[in-house]
Ligand binder design. Structure first.
Ligand SMILES: [Zn+2]
Length: 135
């Protein structure tokens, strides 16, 4: 598969497979926010309408119960309609991703894995180094 530069006219292309992480927004979230979502920067939840407003690069986006919240390859968050989600995504295969022993979140295979006897994401590794450094 060569480079596409130099092509003229219409060519067939396909999206490269990427692994992202996603979480289904459920009713539960509004009763008891899971840790997985609490750290979404700037997330605002309305317990009355059960809407979650997520600031994105394209402006605020609103997620409703039943929507998926996706953490993209740049670490950005955005909501996804369940129909589009079902048509676009499938569970990642073994080897496509790995589980952080620190925060229990899944990361794509290409995310740097730190730690000696355990797998830590860069964020957890930093936190752990900070704790050790403070002693
Ligand atoms: Zn982690």
């Amino acid at each position: 598969m060569g480079s596409l530069s130099g092509e003229s006219g219409w060519v067939s292309v396909r999206k490269k497979p990427v692994v992202v992480t996603a979480m289904l927004l459920t009713d539960d979230y509004f009763n008891r926010p899971p840790d997985a979502v609490q750290h979404i920067p700037g997330l605002r939840c309305n317990p009355e309408t059960h809407e979650a407003v997520i600031p994105t690069l394209e402006g605020d986006m609103t997620a409703h119960i039943g929507d998926w919240i996706i953490c993209g390859v740049q670490g950005e968050f955005y909501p996804c309609d369940p129909d589009i989600f079902a048509a676009t995504y499938e569970p990642a295969r073994e080897g496509d991703c790995w589980l952080c022993d620190g925060c229990n979140r899944w990361f794509p295979a290409e995310t740097e894995r730190v730690g000696h006897e355990c797998d830590l994401c860069p964020e957890c590794a930093r936190r752990e180094a900070g704790v050790e450094g403070g002693e």
